[in-house]
Design a protein around this ligand. Sequence first.
Ligand code: SF4
Length: 392
Amino acid sequence: MLNPLSIYIHYPFCKSKCPYCDFNSHVRDSVNHDDFLRAYEKELEFFAKKIGKRKVNTIFFGGGTPSLMPISLVEGILRKISNLWEVEKSCEISLEANPTSFEAEKFKDLKSVGINRLSLGIQALNDSDLQFLGREHSAKEAISTIEIASKIFDNFSFDLIYARPKQSLESWKKELERAIAFGTKHLSLYQLTIEKGTKFYSQFQRKEFEMPTEDLAADFYDLTNEITAKEGFELYEISNYSQKNFECRHNLVYWQGGDYLGIGAGAHSRMYLQDESCRSSIIMLSEPNSWLKKVEDFGAGIQKLEKISQEELLEELILAGLRLSEGINNSVFQRHFNKKISDIFDGSKLQNLEKQGLIFLSGDEIKIPANSRLLTNAIISKVCEALAVKFN
Ligand code: SF4
């Protein structure tokens, strides 16, 4: 059986920069999409030679704002992928879209070239918060885009940001219930965070707005989990909720330690290259024109390619796996190291964490109980302290 591969395509452009955003997104007056198509194709060809035969089972167009891509660019990339690898019939092919009428007009065409899952960056359902978040769309436009998407795609998701300044629990409850009523099967619900280097970071430093206290933020999270559970959504990752069988399969690959290839400016990859026993980490140049030039000259816009040590890989797998409600299980350790949980951890240290209610242990899995989820980062550090395995 061929090893599965997931492919992430990064489109690094947006119409404007949102004040909270620390993604690799750039605003440009014009973009030469013919040059970009050639570069994406060339980089895919470069990695096809390094990766060898694989079965592609998820593809994800992220950004930036990939719904700004011309249909011919999306189509060209998908055609190139299917020329280079076998693409599974049931391959999940997602694209992130902003909810404007300009983008909604493209949904049918996106579906016709192969996109079968749409992820809408709604963020809020009221105009004043959308304005605060620097979004270009209005609540009315967001709602009409959700309605259009729901008629075209069986599988669509949207993102909302909560725990915003001055937001009350009551108003969030109403907003979330209203959002769920649109019939989506998947929701990504993120608490607003202030990241260094963003416009919000300097505004927050200048005390131009206040963020909810930690206690209030925890109440927001509990309320979010309560409402989504009541509506039949399962919290399958810290910020991701889905109806049964509508989890984002592409993102699960990141969290379950699968192989993924990232193409485009600033994209990251984690995978075993052909005939190699160590996993590689690859990071592309983030500035779009520098990436483009390097692809033209060398076939790939690589900024850094390094082998990941077994110790680093183990920590990465724990960090990603414990974000999932199902936790991390023996199959992940078996696949990468041919070892079981009992070979990897100091059993008494893990039991101690279980006694404190921080983890749940069974013979073949470790997970974080629902009532300790807010402590995920601290628990991950403690689980890493319980590592006992030595690699040669
Ligand atoms: S649309 Fe998304 S990627 Fe673009 S600036 Fe806003 S948050 Fe960042």
